[in-house]
Write a protein that binds this ligand. Structure first.
Ligand code: GLN
Length: 561
């Protein structure tokens, strides 16, 4: 096939937070349905190099890529919709741009030239965009923030430059605006959209498509108004009202024939008839479930200003929705604060999930919740910190060991969860950014275990993922492995695994590093209906059509009670 290089640039107008990421992911999904290969790039105009050191309460969840990047959560939407690994380089920040320019300047690579905003900054941006898009027919580029922000000017300048260099038919702009309905007027107002179009035009960019977000659909009168005042044909003004289910967005866009319109702008034919049958079926199952389960997520990011807790756990939320869609079950989530958990709250739950986390705040409450799940045989799923604590809890309350994790108790005599020696060295040097065990690792799964049964559908897909040698680990023939993403510093201490195993914990999966002892990846308790925990973050590999096996098993086990 000819090497195609087409870009769709998604820009926000009016306000942020109206679903630009989901719109970008949905547009990508639509192009896939028309037979094109698609990738997606997120531009974050902040100066942080990446999202790794951002507080979850500052910027929502940190998304982890297969290749070990800690990046913006929008990339999670891209992976969930496009179902391809999106590498870390697809998240471009102002910090990265300046850092590489300055580094190059220090190495004398500009040969005495004055290094300036123009052309060096837009050139670096273009280079990174084109590298990220290499090998794909179409790249979706989402520019963070809103048109008019100072910090996204260089990026707008860069994409305008790409339009000039590659030709207009290869770069298409989609502006996402918001149309408010002020209470006292009760009418949908188009003025902010008109102003956003004007601001964009100041950067030399004329939007090809305007996606109009709003609480209600946009009527023809308003579409015409935008046509008249902004000189954009009304057929390219698309209504994007609020929806109940995220995964309806591409279906709604298609109702407005967005795919056809974008293909026309990019001068591309449709390569195949889109087939939305399976996608639509799953969306319907989310909207009209047959049963309902109540899951408690024992978290600690509650009540920090007005911040919505859900955003810190967005991928867990989505993974539960995916599993629910598979089983036609509504998953009702109770966000419970681990600082103040009570038995009464726990007794109302059908399932208990302890997610990942850092630091000692709220640890005791999480241990109380795990103990409750274990003793009352309530289905339990532990993720990362959730697995570490399930081991601490078992060691303490079943095996009567005075156990702890050195993360909370550095001088504990029985460190069942501990930091590996090489990681300790990094911490001593205060190297917190990017020093964790990050990204995808292969985990061998023990035959006969529940985890093995749950992952049956994934072995083929996971074993085909190409991994660097240290992520793949030492090759052990004849044992099947899965690939899951990681983000942690501590591990179940290999020194205590034999004791824990003898005491009844089944470690059903492990990573075998090229050097060093096996690292425990999965643990389960066979006497319970469903008590499974993992050192990985399976929520980062879940999608609507390929739900995470542990989440499906968890919800299914509840249904069987
Ligand atoms: N704090 C733990 C560690 O660093 C767990 C991290 C997590 O849950 N993501 O190992």
């Amino acid at each position: 096939m000819s090497s195609m290089e087409k870009y769709i640039v998604i820009i926000g107008g009016v306000i942020s937070g109206v679903g630009k990421g989901v719109a970008a992911a949905s547009i990508g999904k639509i192009f896939k349905e028309y037979g094109y290969s698609v990738t997606a790039i997120k531009i974050d105009p902040y100066i942080n190099y990446d999202a790794g050191t951002l507080r979850p309460t500052e910027h929502g969840e940190v998304w982890v890529t297969y290749d070990g990047g800690e990046i913006d959560q929008d990339l999670g939407n891209y992976e969930r919709f496009l179902e391809i690994p999106i590498p870390r380089r697809n998240n471009i920040t102002t910090g990265q741009i300046y850092s590489s320019i300055i580094e190059r300047e220090r190495r004398g690579k500009y040969l005495g030239e004055t290094v300036q905003f123009i052309p060096h900054v837009p050139d670096e941006i273009k280079k990174r965009i084109r590298e990220a898009g290499k090998g794909y027919d179409i790249s979706i580029i989402e520019i963070g923030g809103t048109v008019g922000d100072y910090e996204n000017i260089p990026f707008l300048f860069a994409v305008k430059g790409m339009e000039r260099e590659l030709g207009k038919e290869n770069v298409c702009y989609v502006l996402i605006t918001f149309l408010p309905v002020p209470d006292h007027i009760g009418e949908m107002k188009t003025k902010p959209t008109q102003q956003a179009i004007k601001l964009l035009q100041e950067n030399g960019i004329i939007p090809d498509i305007i996606l109009c977000r709003g609480h209600k659909p946009l009527d023809m009168i308003r579409k015409k108004k935008i046509e008249t005042y902004a000189n954009i044909k009304s057929e390219y003004v698309i209504s994007a009202p609020d929806i109940q289910v995220l995964y309806e967005v591409p279906l709604n866009f298609e109702k407005e024939k967005l795919g056809d319109k974008l293909l026309e702008k990019l001068e591309l034919p449709s390569r195949k008839m889109p087939d939305w049958k399976e996608w639509r079926r799953l969306v319907t199952r989310i909207k009209k479930p047959k049963g309902k389960v109540r899951i408690g997520i024992i978290g600690k990011y509650l009540k920090i200003g007005d911040y919505s807790l859900k955003d810190s756990y967005i991928s867990i939320n989505e993974a539960l929705i995916h599993a629910g869609a598979r089983l036609a079950t509504e998953v009702d989530i109770e966000w419970l604060n681990s600082d103040s958990i009570t038995s009464k709250q726990l007794s109302r739950l059908d399932g208990i999930l302890v997610p990942g986390g850092f630091g000692e705040k709220g640890i005791d409450g999480k241990i109380v919740a795990i103990r409750y799940a274990r003793e009352h045989d309530i289905p339990f799923l532990g993720l990362c910190l959730g697995m570490q604590l399930s081991v601490v809890e078992y060691a303490r309350n079943v095996l009567s060991m005075d156990a702890d994790s050195t993360e909370f108790n550095p001088h504990t005599k029985i460190p069942v969860v501990d930091i590996l020696p090489y990681q300790r060295e990094l911490l001593k040097e205060d190297r917190y950014g990017g020093t964790m065990r990050l990204g995808a690792y292969a985990a061998y799964i023990k035959e006969g275990s529940l985890v093995h049964k749950l992952y049956e559908r994934r072995f083929k897909r996971d074993m085909a993922i190409s991994l660097e040698p240290e992520r793949r680990g030492k090759v052990i023939p004849d044992i099947k492995y899965v690939v899951e993403k990681h983000r942690h510093r501590y591990e179940i201490s290999p020194d205590f695994v034999p004791t824990l195993e003898k005491g009844g914990m089944l470690f059903s999966g492990f990573h075998q590093p090229l050097n060093g002892p096996r690292l425990m990846e999965f643990v389960e308790l066979s006497d319970n209906r469903f008590f499974v925990a993992t050192q990985a973050h399976p929520e980062f590999t879940s999608s609507l059509t390929f739900p995470a096996p542990l989440f499906v098993g968890f919800i299914e086990a509840i249904g069987k009670s």
